[in-house]
Design a protein around this ligand. Structure first.
Ligand SMILES: *[C@@H]1O[C@H](CO)[C@@H](O)[C@H](O)[C@H]1NC(C)=O
Ligand SMILES: *[C@@H]1O[C@H](CO)[C@@H](O)[C@H](O)[C@H]1NC(C)=O
Ligand SMILES: *[C@@H]1O[C@H](CO)[C@@H](O)[C@H](O)[C@H]1NC(C)=O
Length: 182
């Protein structure tokens, strides 16, 4: 009886500790801000080839014959250029091979990319996915993991339109990537 009571006190203490732990992790929203590493770069997408700037996106397959960028059933392949600045003559620091698929909801896409970077600090690949809204001023990506200096890293990324539009031959996105080790 005494032992049982002792156990239940211990159990209650345990539950209490667990609840404290949960509330800490909930109030701390994501993770310790000091551990978050931030990267910033620009993804340069070219719709129409121009001298020195080949097209970065191609339609690879169309299930319906409708070749609109927004037609559901299409599959696209892309490999955008990653530069350290918004200018199209800034230094190339990587590339972003991937795919794009228009969703059923008009002007949205399922996107997948391999952000392959080579800078002084970062040398490796990050795998990113997004359910992407083309008209939104910014979109969020999940960062699943990586290789090289990105081993054991994960997090999220925000892309924001920085130059160009769907009406110009190019569009440039600022990327902010927030990473923490597993
Ligand atoms: C082709 O797809 C686009 C985007 O979904 C749509 O707006 C358009 O009406 C389609 N065209 C035809 C001929 O179905
Ligand atoms: C390079 O950027 C400038 C400034 O945004 C733009 O006017 C020009 O068309 C771009 N060139 C190419 C090939 O994208
Ligand atoms: C980047 O990593 C690759 C292999 O993972 C290696 O061959 C290359 O030398 C590295 N580059 C730098 C600048 O460290």
């Amino acid at each position: 009886m005494f032992r049982m009571a002792g156990m239940s006190v211990q159990l209650r203490a345990c539950t209490c500790l667990l609840m404290v732990a949960i509330s800490i992790s909930e109030s701390g929203a994501a993770v310790d801000a000091k551990k978050v590493k931030k990267l910033e770069f620009y993804l340069h997408e070219q719709f129409i080839s121009e001298p020195g700037y080949p097209a970065t996106d191609v339609l690879a397959a169309s299930a319906t014959g409708n070749t609109s960028t927004y037609a559901f059933g299409n599959l696209g392949i892309s490999e955008q250029v990653i530069r350290d600045g918004v200018s199209n003559v800034s230094t190339i620091i990587g590339r972003a091979p991937g795919t794009f698929q228009p969703n059923k909801q008009e002007r949205t896409f399922a996107l997948y990319k391999l952000l392959t970077l080579q800078t002084k600090e970062w040398n490796g690949t990050l795998v990113v996915f997004s359910d992407w809204i083309s008209d939104a001023p910014s979109n969020e990506w999940t960062v699943v993991g990586g290789t090289g200096t990105f081993r054991m890293m994960r997090g999220y990324a925000i892309n924001t339109k920085a130059d160009g539009s769907a009406q110009t031959a190019f569009i440039t996105f600022k990327w902010e990537v927030f990473l923490t080790p597993y």
